[in-house]
Design a protein around this ligand. Structure first.
Ligand code: DLZ
Ligand code: SF4
Length: 512
């Protein structure tokens, strides 16, 4: 046997760089299920299932193509339960001439392998991480010399470079970004376009076995295991993409920022988990949306909005992550120190927006970006929860969360913990935003129009307390000028009352 290739749990691509050009019959591929990866974050039971089931299917796919495969299962006797421990055991078993890997997505994992390589003297032939369209090096050169890194500028370059939604040198439709069209409030149920749930897949035999394993080995894992319906193969992930383009993409743009108490998906795709595991390729997703627009099946604001998430945001957050790690993870620019309330796990709170969102997450290991940014993220920001605790939660509870995407989005965008590397201002909002964009407030114990008194919406007084608490820090930011002036225009007694309510609430967040 000539080559050993180690494939990690989020590298499950048929076109993986580490496998390219190798002769299957003389290549052994190592995949291993280990406790260290299952336990480094408080993973949702369904996240464990999707990763492990997709790994097992990928091992079968490789065998069918003639590769020799070592798949180490969680229950295997002798499993050392760490990635480098399993690599060492495989090297001892096979003594290969070369060892190849695709660069990992997470800094922590790369660090472990590099330290192991130095200690052991074994050279790893690293291949580029081709789950992304922009390499780390290309992002670093784009970023060099720029004072502020703006997604919009990066995105335009990516559109040009990959020729997506372009009419020669100009963007299709004459604009790069149709975001202004993509903030429609949610219509009442009967006036909504037809419900378009992501394609659901009944667990196959491999997945059912993994579900049984997860139930047995991780009985205390967060979230509900029943109801698991994600794709675990590239074939099914592609079916889910096609289904999304047909059934939901036409409305994805319009209602991208809307939230519904009875529908945790609305017109979102739920393909992020497939992309991040390597089951789908980012370019094929962008091309599918572009083709649907060229065929006249979806409006341009929908196709562009969807493409921007993948070609723009996804690549940009990953670029920021590698540019700033490891210091990035320690950011706490707003000096926030409260512990994470228990209701982030239990959903037990009178705040209906939060209770419903946590319920969605418990049931499906998913919430869409506005729930993540403006409900769970916004609350943590304005209440002043410690970024580390919030980041651990985000990393665990969402099936699509890996640190390269989770950290910039949570610490940077939602919590402003990086002091403005990622976002131009804190994404803080009062209950009025949630009221406008959702139907959560109907039937909530609190009143989104009140900022004082027994039934005042906590988002309102926490928001004004957040602005007042951080006024000195935010004064130098021109984008905060209007908000600070609005604070100063309010009667001092009203501000005082809201701040007192916020202080009381912040001592007992779980009582809300
Ligand atoms: C997330 C995850 C889990 C739960 N389990 C495994 C595993 O058992 N084996 C493995 O190779 N990878 C797993 N992963 C994904 C890794 O954590 C992932 O490769 C790193 O996060 C690098 O991005
Ligand atoms: Fe959330 Fe406030 Fe609306 Fe209740 S009233 S659902 S707490 S925003």
């Amino acid at each position: 046997m000539r080559s050993l290739v180690m494939v990690l749990g989020d590298q499950l691509s048929p076109s993986l760089s580490a496998l390219r050009g190798l002769e299957p019959s003389t290549t052994r591929v190592l995949l291993c299920e280990v406790d260290a990866e299952a336990r480094y974050a408080p993973h949702h039971a369904q996240k464990l299932v999707v990763v492990l089931a997709a790994m097992r299917h990928f091992a079968d796919w490789l065998r069918d193509r003639g590769f020799q495969v070592d798949h180490v299962a969680l229950d295997d006797a002798g499993n050392s339960h760490s990635l480098t421990g399993e690599l060492e055991r495989a090297l001892a078993r096979h003594g290969p001439a070369t060892l190849r890997m695709t660069l990992p997505g997470e800094w922590r994992v790369l660090q472990d392998f590099q330290q192991w390589s130095e200690r052991s003297g074994v050279v790893i032939d690293w291949q580029p991480d081709d789950h992304f369209l922009c390499s780390r090096e290309d992002f670093a050169s784009w970023a060099q010399g720029r004072r502020q890194l703006r997604m919009e500028h990066f995105y335009r370059q990516m559109r040009r470079q990959h020729r997506i939604l372009m009419a020669d040198a100009e963007p299709e439709g004459g604009r790069w970004n149709f975001d202004a069209d993509n903030r429609k409030a949610l219509p009442p149920p009967l006036a909504r376009p037809p419900q378009a749930r992501p394609m659901a897949f009944a667990p196959d035999a491999v997945t059912r076995q993994v579900m049984e394993l997860v139930a047995r080995r991780f009985p205390d894992a967060f979230g509900q295991l029943e109801g698991f319906d994600m794709a675990v193969t590239t074939g099914n992930a592609r079916r889910a993409l096609t289904h999304f383009v047909k059934t939901a993409l036409p409305w994805f743009g319009d209602y991208q920022d809307a939230m519904a108490a009875d529908d945790g998906y609305l017109y979102h795709a739920r393909i992020s988990v497939y992309l991040n595991l390597g089951l789908l390729d980012p370019l094929e997703c962008c091309q599918a949306a572009e083709q649907a627009w060229r065929d006249g099946a979806v409006p341009l604001n929908a196709a562009e909005g969807f493409i921007r998430q993948i070609l723009g945001w996804r690549e940009f957050v990953r670029g920021i992550y590698w540019l700033h790690m490891p210091e990035y993870a320690r950011g706490n620019a707003l000096d926030a120190h409260l512990p994470l309330p228990d209701f982030y796990w239990t959903g037990r709170t009178g705040m209906r927006c939060l209770a419903r969102t946590v319920q969605d997450i418990r049931e499906q290991a998913y919430a869409h970006h506005i729930q993540r940014l403006m409900v769970t993220g916004n609350f943590a920001l304005i209440a002043g929860i410690e970024p580390r605790a919030v980041c651990d939660w985000y990393l665990g509870v969402f099936a699509d969360a890996f640190e390269w995407v989770e950290l910039p989005n949570t610490l940077g965008m939602a919590l402003y913990g990086d002091g403005g590397v990622f976002a131009t201002k804190p994404y803080a909002a009062s209950g009025r935003y949630i009221e406008r964009m959702s139907d959560y407030c109907q039937g909530c114990r609190y009143d989104p129009k009140q900022a004082e008194g027994e039934t005042a919406c906590p988002f309102n007084y926490l928001y004004w307390d957040f602005v007042a608490r951080n006024a000195d820090r935010l004064r130098s930011n021109p984008r905060m000028g209007l908000v600070l002036r609005n604070l100063e225009r309010q009667a001092p007694e009203r501000v005082q009352a809201m701040r007192a309510a916020a202080q009381r609430a912040r001592q007992h967040l779980d009582a809300l």
